[in-house]
Design a protein around this ligand. Structure first.
Ligand code: RIB
Length: 327
């Protein structure tokens, strides 16, 4: 299914809240990833604005949504970098608190194929807890859609999800970084689950608590029984989901209806933050009143654009940039 991004996002009027993480991305490009114990030479270090939640907020803001970010940074230069990037995208940062610890950082390597490895040091993100969600319950409750991921504490995520659920705000939850066990309170509050194919396989696996020990993670292929996946998600209380399949597009699950969404082929430079761009676009489109399939179609294009240059937020485009790129 091809989509016209402007038709889906052109009349964005709903409000988006994003609750979660902000990181400074310390990024080095290398020809290849080092093996354990090996030292290799990389290119110059660049420090870019990132963090899965802040990335979502910036992408939604660039697409014209009215976005409010809830989270924490340190009282340091990295914190300034992150707040400036959010504000440049039009995001309201009044609910981003400044803490007396370092801003969260991510150590990122990007290889010549554009793939990455990421290690996150939470810093100020560790100060985001359930009381943070309670303090900003007006921001969450006034939004049409709330974006959540697992880069802050599970208790904080559950608290924000419950506040949104009780207020009638739609909860879009990205199980990344992957958590094998989600609380019943969180599962009940999720309206739309977004996972990649590996995360889906891990979520549906019996006894998922030992996933970290597995060397190879499963991916979806032509043999994947999507109807069965939908049924198993429904048994967990999740009736709407988007499963991203990398360069193969995505799959939208709504009840028993399964809809494949085409990828937008792109010349990949760096995939960092492409998934967050997808999430941010979903948030903006759903807040604008789009259906989930249309939102995923737009997200396919916008996140493909995000792979064509370096960084997370630094690679994101507005509607005009995405349309111009794909013609
Ligand atoms: O998804 C990409 C993001 O993951 C990076 O921006 C990094 O900060 C980590 O949170």
């Amino acid at each position: 299914m091809r989509t016209c991004v402007r038709a889906v996002l052109g009349d964005v009027s709903g409000e988006v809240a994003v609750f979660g993480s902000l990181n400074a991305d310390l990024t080095v490009r290398t020809e290849r990833f080092p093996k354990p114990g090996e030292t290799i030479r990389g290119e110059d270090l660049v420090i870019l604005p990132g963090g899965k939640s802040a990335n979502q907020a910036v992408q939604a803001g660039l697409l014209g949504a009215r976005v409010r970010m809830i989270g924490a940074v340190g009282a340091d230069g990295h914190g300034d970098l992150l707040i400036e990037s959010l504000q440049r995208a039009g995001v309201d940062t009044s609910a981003v608190q400044r803490e007396d610890v370092a801003t969260g950082t991510a150590i990122i390597t990007v290889d010549c194929a554009g793939d990455n490895t990421i290690v996150v040091s939470p810093g100020a993100n560790g100060r985001v807890d359930a009381s943070t969600a309670q303090r900003h319950q007006d921001v969450i409750g006034e939004a049409r859609v709330l974006g959540l991921c697992m880069e802050v504490s599970p208790d904080a995520v559950e608290a924000a999800a419950r506040i949104a659920h009780d207020a009638g705000t739609r909860v879009v939850f990205n199980n990344s970084p992957f958590h094998p066990v989600l609380s019943a309170g969180l599962l009940e509050a999720i309206d739309v689950l977004v996972v990649n194919e590996h995360e889906l396989a891990d979520m549906l696996k019996p006894g998922t608590s030992d996933v970290a020990a597995e060397p190879e993670r499963e991916r979806a292929d032509d043999a994947t029984d999507w109807g069965d996946c939908a049924k198993r998600l429904a048994a967990m209380g999740i009736s709407s989901a988007v499963v991203t399949l990398g360069g193969r597009g995505s799959m939208v699950i709504e009840g028993e209806e399964i809809t494949p969404i085409d990828p937008f082929p792109a010349d990949v430079v760096d995939t960092t933050g492409a998934g967050d761009s997808f999430l941010g676009t979903l948030l903006a489109a759903l807040a604008a009143g789009a259906g989930l399939k249309e939102a995923a179609g737009a997200a396919s294009a916008v996140s493909a654009f995000a792979t064509t240059s370096v960084g997370a937020q630094a690679s994101y485009g507005d509607i005009a940039a995405v349309e111009q790129h794909f013609g």
